[in-house]
Design a protein around this ligand. Structure first.
Ligand SMILES: CC(C)(COP(=O)(O)OP(=O)(O)OC[C@H]1O[C@@H](n2cnc3c(N)ncnc32)[C@H](O)[C@@H]1OP(=O)(O)O)[C@@H](O)C(=O)NCCC(=O)NCCS
Length: 194
């Protein structure tokens, strides 16, 4: 299998979207679907893995020219992995690792000393980050409210406007109060220094 790791180009957009959608479908981000590729305010390392003309993997890392303008932690200049995905038909074959290492090589040339990445509670995805030598440095919760879970607990203040469901960030310590909510994710921050 000869996978080419190369820079993203505009004509890759549909392949990029398809690859990301299929990869995320099997994770706790299954409904986080994009219909356009994301672009960034700061410079970014945007790589794809191509196999026989198909986009089978991707990584986007937005990086800092000034400390703490993109990353939330650490010292020196960092890079934020906004997207890393491998098409599920091609997973577990080292493509994610190749993309990450290629992005690290580029990042070092820009004097970036670390990568930060946030992900949810998919054990196998976290295993991958750990295998790639990332460490967990922070966490908070993504709490969804649907149907009866709203139960007047969450209200907007616009007259005649009713909230039907809600996606919230919870940064407190009493997560047990949401234990009857069907969808609560721990969102963890991984960091890797190099
Ligand atoms: C995480 C991801 C990028 C890894 O890419 P990959 O090319 O499949 O992984 P690699 O071949 O580089 O690494 C293999 C390791 O990844 C993990 N892994 C990859 N696919 C897996 C699967 N289907 N089931 C379980 N573990 C898996 C394992 O830890 C595996 O190590 P092992 O061989 O010792 O079991 C990819 O699987 C993916 O796209 N996941 C969904 C999207 C996502 O969650 N992105 C990150 C959140 S922002």
């Amino acid at each position: 299998m000869k996978v080419i790791i190369r820079d993203y180009k505009v004509t890759d957009e549909i392949g990029w979207i398809r690859c990301r959608t299929l990869a995320f479908l099997q994770t706790a981000y299954f409904d986080n679907v994009l219909n356009k590729k994301e672009h960034y305010q700061n410079p970014a390392i945007e790589l794809v893995a191509e196999l026989d003309g198909q986009i089978v993997g991707l990584i986007d890392v937005e990086y800092e020219l000034e400390e703490r303008t993109v990353c939330s932690k650490g010292e020196g200049l960092g890079g934020m992995i906004w997207h890393i995905a491998v098409h599920p038909d091609f997973s577990h074959q080292g493509i994610g690792e190749q993309l990450l290492y290629a992005a690290e090589t580029e990042a070092k040339k820009m004097n970036i000393n670390r990568f930060e990445a946030w992900t949810r509670d998919d054990r196998w995805v976290q295993n991958w980050y750990e295998k790639m030598k990332f460490k967990i440095v922070d966490s908070y919760y993504h709490v969804y409210f649907e149907g009866n879970e709203m139960n007047h607990r969450i209200q907007g203040n616009i007259p005649d406007l009713y909230l039907i469901n809600a996606f919230t960030h919870y940064v407190g310590k009493d997560i047990d109060q949401f234990k009857s909510n069907k969808r609560v994710h721990k969102c963890v921050c991984f960091e890797k220094s190099f």
